[in-house]
Design a protein around this ligand. Sequence first.
Ligand code: Q0N
Length: 287
Amino acid sequence: MPEAALHVGSGKVRELYALDDDRLLLVASDRISTFDVVLPTEIPDKGRVLTGLAAFWFTRTRAICANHLLALRPDGRSTECRRLEMLPIECVVRGYLSGSGWKDYTATGSVCGHSLPAGLVESAELPEPIFTPATKAVTGHDENIDRDTAADLVGAALFEQVERVSIALYRFAADHARERGIIIADTKFEFGLDEERRLVLGDEALTPDSSRFWPADEYRPGGAQSSFDKQFARDYCESLGWDKLEPGPELPEAVVTGTRARYVEAFERLAEIDFDVYLADPEVVLR
Ligand code: Q0N
């Protein structure tokens, strides 16, 4: 916990503190959620894996879009960030048909105003990645919105820019990951504007918490896919017959160990850096 820093916000598994007028500290915990519920058992180093992976992507995507990362702290789970004026939309890109995208497609044949070919199956790869913005609904659940609604929220010019940049970021990361055996089915970006009103990528990007990661060698379109990172925890929770309401169940040691290994494996495959090397010197991901 940072000293002399005001807590300015929290997500389910991350905390945000003000360092000064211009800078925030984003701290990723080891908490894990399944079926939208945070479990009482932590996954050791999960926050470090996600922080390291986001910093890796921020470093490699700088030519596509500026980002808020200023510094990575020696604990490997905290990043100093530029304070931005955040846009009021969640910038989701989908390369595959899953989750609410699949649900909307089965109901209407389109997703956020993108009319898609008929006959697509669950988890099908889309002909092209699509930009499917959402808003944070009062319920805490994201709500898909159409292109006109999103353009009304941020302005037409900025909408065009976030759509183009989001798709470019997704293509870059999805291609990189696919070559290393991981399908990034979809991902969510959060952007803001700096003091010069330039577009800046914020939050945590291209991690398994902000994306759906699937093991490529198990990919079978026509149904739900297994999660690269959370499948052990999901399977265990399902085996209990838990009602998916608070509180979630404690995870046994074997599930914790297996889940930690999957997060570390995702980091090592994508960053091509030993996780122990990251722990010894987190700044390795910035080079
Ligand atoms: C901010 N959120 C959304 C972190 C993410 N660079 C920034 N400047 C100003 N505000 C924000 C950022 C960032 N990132 C982003 N809230 C404020 C969600 N939070 C939830 C808590 O963890």
